[in-house]
Design a binder for this molecule. Structure first.
Ligand code: GLA
Length: 357
């Protein structure tokens, strides 16, 4: 029997930022407040093989051994969602072959819920989700996929639907009773209460619900979640929202890079969902976007309308070698290792991976 070859290898991505793109490279998300840089963030720490923080915050609930892959409704549909869109998306993930490549989470974002009923339970919007979420979960599970839902660690969601703050146990129980597999938990209308106080109750509620639910923490990087969220969730947003532009994408990549040493199997930095296929960037820019997200071990959550993808979009999203870099079991986040040229326009991003041959 041939001996399995397991070796550490190195992949690199050389990125040339075009002058045109740089002209638009304004900071679209605020930088974190300047503060005394702790030892582990000094430049010497941020070397590609430095894994000294890797796994120490790991939640170890069996989920997210590699970054989550799937689809989310927000970047393309925003509030224009309904159960038909979600079902057709699930169908398209199967028929295009994307599901077979690992895109298994079908995640509903904001706007699925209208109100709470007299018992205080969240109620799906009867116009857009008349069959309810449990029926949708059944449909999605019937295809071998997983269903994600969205709520907020505040009084309201960002689109002013009911939030889960102080309703954590009831809501987690309800999600579990609907057979939901994933919860994205947002940060709007948070009453000024620090994230470190608002995110743990939902962790406890999910534990108590009796169902294993992926907990995707979305506090936009405001309180440096890489330093603490790995004990609560399987991924944590490190930045404000992406938009469909080269400037936004590269700014977010840089912000996310800072936390590279904290990613590892069980918990991932989340620089937000993919914009590939939404029309705001060129083919080459989308290829760079997908490649950087893959090597940063970012969640690969498709954000376009997969029912109507172009061949180019499909080609990018289905690149098996790039996906393999993202899903590499070693799970060390690749990072920016070299910057040169005018305005840092020539960059090398690299990282180690486990070469199982
Ligand atoms: C916030 C999140 C986004 C999206 C919207 C929905 O802005 O960061 O990813 O979920 O809310 O309202």
């Amino acid at each position: 029997m041939a001996r399995r070859k397991i070796a550490l290898s190195l992949y690199t991505l050389v990125l040339t930022l075009s002058a045109v793109s740089l002209a638009f490279a304004v900071r679209v998300v605020p930088l974190m407040q300047p503060h005394e840089r702790p030892t582990f963030l000094r430049p010497t720490f941020n070397r590609i093989f430095d894994t000294s923080m890797y796994g120490i915050l790991q939640l170890n609930n069996g989920l997210a051994q590699t970054p989550q892959m799937g689809w989310n409704s927000w970047n393309f549909f925003a509030c224009n969602i309904n159960e038909t869109v979600i079902k057709e998306t699930a169908d398209a993930l199967i028929s295009t072959g994307l599901a077979d490549l690992g895109y298994v989470y079908v995640n509903i974002d904001d706007c699925w819920c209208q109100t709470r009923n007299s018992e205080g339970q969240l109620v799906p919007d009867p116009k857009t989700f008349p069959s309810g979420i449990k029926a949708l979960a059944e449909y999605i599970h019937g295809k071998g996929l997983k269903l994600g839902i969205y709520s907020d660690a505040g009084a309201f969601t960002c689109q002013v639907r009911p939030g889960s703050l102080y309703h954590e146990n009831d809501d987690a129980k309800l999600f579990a009773s609907w057979d939901v597999d994933y919860l994205k938990y947002d940060n709007c209308y948070n009453l000024g209460i620090p994230p470190k106080e608002r995110y743990p109750p939902m962790r406890e509620a999910l534990n108590a619900s009796g169902r294993t639910i992926f907990y995707s923490i979305c506090e936009w990087g405001v309180d440096d979640p890489a330093l603490w969220a790995g004990k609560l969730g399987n991924s944590w947003r490190t930045t404000d929202d992406i938009n469909d532009s080269w400037a936004s994408m590269t700014t977010i990549a840089d912000l996310n890079d800072k936390w590279a040493a904290f990613a590892g199997p069980g918990g991932w930095n989340d620089p937000d969902m993919l914009e590939v296929g939404n029309g705001g960037m060129s083919y080459q820019e989308y290829r760079a976007h997908f490649s950087i997200w893959a090597l940063m071990k970012a969640p690969l959550l498709v954000g376009c309308d997969v029912r109507n993808m172009t061949a180019e979009t499909f080609e990018i999203l289905s690149n098996e070698e790039v996906i393999a870099v993202n899903q590499d079991p070693l799970g060390v986040q690749g990072r920016k290792v070299s910057v040169s040229g005018t305005d840092g326009c020539y960059q090398v991003w690299a990282g180690p991976y486990l070469d199982i041959g």
